[in-house]
Design a protein. Structure first.
Lengths: 373, 399, 373, 399
């Protein structure tokens, strides 16, 4: 019985954390608010050099063959430092290729993903229903698949080179996952004004876009389900990281900020808010750890517990980051304070890949209705 | 019990509606209207609104006519506030002048001060900002350190004030400054009126988490004002500032109700358009429950408003009830903003542009409401006030 | 604009309050827990003498023609003193007869209800769905109506003389309200072990019970809707009274109970809980006042606002009475402390005549779906 | 990370399951079983359970064999606790003896005390109760006033203790008594073992809001105990009592999870049977959301349990984490009880008889849980402990 990360995993987190403090952090996040998604490009080479890109790939393909558990603490660190780069999408694309891709696909994509030469994103959202596979249809035309439709909620799509897109095909009666070249004709990226400016989300319209066989992964359904589970768990870990970081800053602040002749942290209202937040944080920590274990070990209950962790951690992070604004007082309401950056990130994460109510509905179908995962 | 205004007031309401319809552009108040997008546009609109109200006789409704007011009662002010909120009328830029400085002057000012300052205030010719908070004096305002010294026939003011809304537009600032450093902290503070257009005043914008910059930091570095620009007695400024003109707050409540209900209507419309777990969010029993719980809370604010109006007819001002109402609406509005974002679901991050729902109104409520539980007394302070002054729980000598 | 009760209404509350302190209060409530519904009989004559029974009736019929607004503060006082008597049911039966009854019905029932000679209850609940009119069917047999079925959630049914029962009749295709003699053959009262022992609720089974024409009120639907609105508003007022009373006791307690060398009421956690509870209390006060006005004035929105008041006040009362247990510490968990009596009463009220979620669903149908009341 | 017990432990789990199945009556653990209805029946069952555990070698699983224990590890204790909760095994009457006094003696007791007291404790031959709380010393336990004076070769104890569970059954009481009135409040307290069967001890039942009377008030009026019945040093009782044997709490957590999940299963079944707004409560999205939120919280308790087990393998005890877990489960269980009652809806008041749902299990959780946030340190105290000892916020010198 060992419900904890290993010493090596913590050590790696420590070194990546220090690195993220240099390339990311609140100042970088503000930079991304100002510059937009382009910012991700500027830090990609350093991320690659540090070895955090393409991590799931084997060493021959440029990666370091890290399991999800190995990488879990890195997601947490990315959350702590508001990393303005689609790291989760990079991990998902990489691991997806490792697990489901052809040898040719691996050989072409993985070294480039690991080297930061190309930027991958995942077309998570359907305009009609979040995270469902709907929205893009593939039509068979003269022997080749042509894509039509739109997906939304795509991180950093304006600077992405390849988009992982779930595709439905009535003509072939199946679902596939496509690796869509974002620079192809017919791919139109529409930037959206997004609340969390350090992690822009965009809309992509596909108009008669060719999808060559070498960019197809069949069958798509298990791949997409798997991607959602991995994505949700990674988001839970990022939410945890974001919340714990601003919580720590808040503790530091209330220890020194004085009002009425005492540090405000001496007042019971502040103490009790902090204690409640801490409890939520530590609970989200074990929830996301358990989900990470399920996902990493390919447990059948990974769907259930990734949903639990996503819902729990995003509820927690919204509350804790909101309290951080309140406990920072007026400073918390300023742009120059860090609290709002974390607050907006927590809310963005909460809205992504299924909201907390959607996650709980998914759980209810398994737990209450007894549907099988 | 009789929940209705008199005929005279209802006539005033009709006239106000006609006035608002006449002066506001067509389509105003609907979600499709092109509202100002930048802070500058908003301020220009606010300036125009101040002048428009003055020109049409809606400035200082309950203030005495000899200082330019309309000589009506606060009942008309309540109605006006409600009608403005109902149509989302612009927000003027002289709110602190009208809400705080004016009423303070009317009670504590000298005849000369009233004649000098109130007419241009109402006319929108002189804009006021408030110099209370300091970087180290927020909730604990009385520990302020900005000081004023008498030098000849002038006060010389030095120190930094923050959270001063519209300071960059203001002509005057009403400032709390320490004039006797040796006195206990609540004594030795003086209420001063300081002109903004002078070398010793520096205004720097403070950008808020909403991205806008309505607040400022104001640094007084040897700023000067004439000796007679003291309101009340020297060293008696704490009392002057706390002359609770909270019936002003009473009149605002009804307006707040109208504003929140307008936001709720937008949210209900969004819920009808957006998906829930099966069907629209408006058909989803989870959201129905939460929407109706909040709808109830907004309606309860209306009932609180009736209660306040009833009380003000016999008492002339509110006591610590003001803390109760402030705590009520600010915490509720914060929850409203959160619920709105939950209803938006995956659309939540898109505050503008293609995917925006409700023309950004809900996002403004969501972000803006985070300030309401902090400024003008945090929720924590309001709860202390209620517990100690209303419920009689033992005071903690530390505040 | 006068959103308050009149001075006369407050004066009457004052005198009834003092009277309730004598006949009711926590000690009497404990008596009712021990003795059961029978307790109500023992105080009926004094209630009648005080003039709180049959209050809606005209003076010729033994009442004092009080409107609902006149009586609203009496319901509040009954809540404060945990009155172990179905006062709300007495008021509903009386006012129902005044509004919808025949002259004969009024003449027979009202003086007896006002005099406390007979005890009236209302068969509020349907086993299948709370407060709906379903459960009892009337069959036409040899020219007379015979009742079959069961109702539940009937206060003090074991000692009731007359039961106001909603009845559906497929054979005559309509709904009526019956005044069922509880001592008639075929009426079987089954006492239930109820959490709030100071207000027992029972189940009644009707087996081929004759309902003579003089015990019928037609058409029943508007009568039943009206009764539910009045009942809900009265329950909101009772919940308010119960909560404010134990809240006041709690304030008294935390002002004197010392721990760590100070009255516990000096600690901010206690202060803030008290402030929040106070806010809820005062909000429930204005909500129930508004509903009382709507009901008393027969406003078309009475359905909406009685539901609002019922939901809001019962949520408030459950929270405030629960906090009272917590703030009383160990004492709050004892039988001899008063807090649990109020807590159980608040929960019982919350479950009666539609729970808070049911009330909000009813509101949603009006507000969100735009159905008309 | 490896979330599994070793083979040895899993074998122990199998044996435990077989044992439980063998000794418990058929149908035990299902909602249809006729469980004890009165306090007396419950106590008799509890006494039987103590003896049964002893006879079958399940008493003192992790305690040394030379005092009658089984010499296993606390991992077996965790598993035993989990399996008992899973089948709703009876609750013994010597929980305080086993949970507090025994572990304290093992660390702080003399060899003679261990030999004298532990074997009969484990055998269920001597029942223990705890004399800590007093009417005026609850959360502020250190202000206790019960005093013990040395008279010849005996201690003479005078004072009143409350909330002493099972005192009416107990043979011995472990008492905190003041032995030096002049010392600061945390000093001058001694940890004494006092026999209950003597003239100077009066036990009166304290009825709880559940209607049951498991608690008592115990009055010591010149009660006597031998000089050697001091655990640790005289005047060092505060430290002895706070020798946090909180790994005991760690082992309980897993059992609590199993108990709460059993209650949750009963609630889910009730939700399938009871109406919501359209369809069953289990189909109503409002209740689905709330049920899954609480289901999640119960599962999170399981994860916390894993975390504790992992920590205990390297550290031998828990620090202030115990406060965190206590706050977590008590507040959660209270919310669970409330949710359960909301799901019952109009059936809520019927805790027994015809209309009762879930055989009263949910009502017991609802009412019983109100104690959990009060006793053994209120939630307010736990939050203080977390804020000050874990988060390092400045101490308030008042507690």
């Amino acid at each position: 019985m060992e419900f904890d990360y290993t010493k090596e995993q913590y050590l790696m987190q420590g070194s990546v954390s220090r690195f993220f403090q240099e390339v990311a952090g609140p100042a970088a996040a503000r930079g991304c608010y100002a510059e937009g998604a382009q910012f991700a490009h500027s830090i990609a080479p350093r991320l690659a050099a540090q070895g955090v890109l393409g991590a799931a790939a084997t060493p021959e393909l440029g990666g370091s063959q890290l399991t999800f558990l190995d990488f879990a603490l890195i997601f947490e660190a990315a959350g702590q430092m508001l990393l303005p780069y689609p790291l989760m999408e990079n991990y998902v694309a990489t691991d997806l290729l490792m697990r489901f891709g052809s040898e040719e696909q691996k050989a072409w994509y993985l070294p480039r993903l690991a080297g930061g030469e190309i930027l991958a994103s995942v077309a998570w959202g359907s305009p009609a229903r979040p995270w469902s596979g709907e929205g893009v249809q593939a039509l068979l035309s003269e022997g080749s698949l042509r894509l039509h439709g739109r997906r939304t909620f795509i991180p950093f799509a304006t600077v992405a080179d390849v988009l992982v897109v779930p595709i439905q095909s009535k003509s072939i009666a199946g679902t596939l996952v496509g690796l869509v070249d974002a620079h192809q004709p017919g791919v139109e990226v529409m930037p959206l004004k997004s609340l969390d400016g350090s992690y822009p989300l965009d809309l992509v319209e596909l108009r008669d876009v060719e999808l060559k066989p070498e960019a197809q992964i069949w069958p798509g359904e298990p791949v997409w389900d798997w991607a959602c589970q991995v994505g949700r768990t990674a988001l839970a870990l990022e939410a945890l990281g974001a919340a714990e970081r601003i919580f720590a800053q808040t503790l530091d602040y209330v220890k020194v900020r004085e009002q009425f002749g005492y540090p405000v942290g001496r007042f019971q209202a502040v103490k009790h808010a902090a204690a409640d937040d801490y409890l939520l944080l530590e609970s989200a920590r074990v929830a996301s750890r358990y989900a990470a274990w399920c996902v990493s070990e390919d447990r059948p209950e990974a769907g259930l517990y990734s949903a639990l962790a996503k819902a729990y951690a995003s509820d927690m992070a919204r509350r804790v980051t909101g309290d951080a604004i309140q406990l920072h007082g007026g400073t918390g309401f300023t742009w120059d304070g860090d609290a709002h950056l974390y607050f907006k990130r927590a809310w963005r994460i909460a809205s992504q890949l299924g909201t907390a109510p959607e996650m709980r509905e998914l759980m209810a179908q398994l737990v209450i209705d007894g549907r099988t995962a | 019990m009789d929940i209705a205004f008199g005929k005279e007031q209802e006539d005033f309401r009709d006239r106000t509606r006609q006035f608002l319809q006449a002066v506001l552009p067509p389509g105003w108040g609907t979600s499709r209207h092109p509202y100002p997008q930048t802070a500058k546009e908003e301020e220009e609109l606010g300036m125009w609104w101040e002048r428009t109200l003055w020109e049409h006789g809606y400035a200082g409704l309950s203030w005495p006519q000899n200082y330019g007011g309309q000589g009506l009662t606060w009942l008309e002010q309540v109605i006006f506030s409600e009608e403005c909120a109902r149509v989302n009328a612009p927000v003027g830029v002289n709110g602190l002048g009208k809400g705080l400085l004016g009423p303070t002057l009317l009670v504590e000012g000298t005849e000369a001060q009233k004649r000098r300052f109130i007419p241009p205030l109402l006319a929108g010719e002189e804009i006021w900002c408030q110099g209370y908070s300091e970087p180290n004096a927020g909730s604990d305002l009385a520990s302020l350190t900005t000081r004023a010294e008498r030098v000849g026939e002038e006060w010389v003011v030095t120190g930094q004030k923050i959270w001063t809304s519209y300071a960059h537009l203001a002509d005057w600032c009403f400032v709390l400054a320490r004039t006797d450093a040796s006195a206990p902290k609540h004594r030795g503070i003086t209420f001063l009126l300081v002109p903004m257009h002078q070398a010793g005043v520096k205004v720097e914008p403070l950008r808020q988490l909403t991205g806008e910059a309505h607040f400022n930091s104001v640094t007084f570095d040897g700023a000067r004002t004439a000796l007679e620009n003291v309101v009340g007695q020297v060293n008696d400024g704490w009392r002057v500032a706390n002359t609770i003109l909270s019936f002003e707050r009473g009149t605002w409540i009804v307006g707040r109700h109208a504003q929140y209900m307008r936001e709720m209507d937008a949210l209900l419309q969004a819920a009808r358009d957006l998906p829930g777990t099966g069907g629209s969010a408006a058909q989803d029993s989870y959201f129905r429950q939460r929407l109706m719980a909040l709808w109830s809370e907004i309606e309860v604010l209306r009932f609180h408003g009736y209660q306040v109006i009833t009380q003000l007819q016999t008492k002339s001002q509110l006591g610590p009830e003001a803390s109760m109402l402030k705590l009520y609406y600010s915490e509720m509005h914060k929850r409203f903003g959160e619920l709105a974002m939950e209803v938006l679901g995956s659309h939540m991050p898109f505050s503008e542009g293609l995917e925006s729902v409700g023309a950004g109104l809900l996002h403004r409520a969501f972000l803006g409401s985070r300030a309401e539980t902090i400024f003008a007394g945090t929720s924590e302070i309001q709860r202390n006030v209620i517990a100690e002054r209303v419920l009689g729980l033992p005071k903690d000598d530390r505040h």
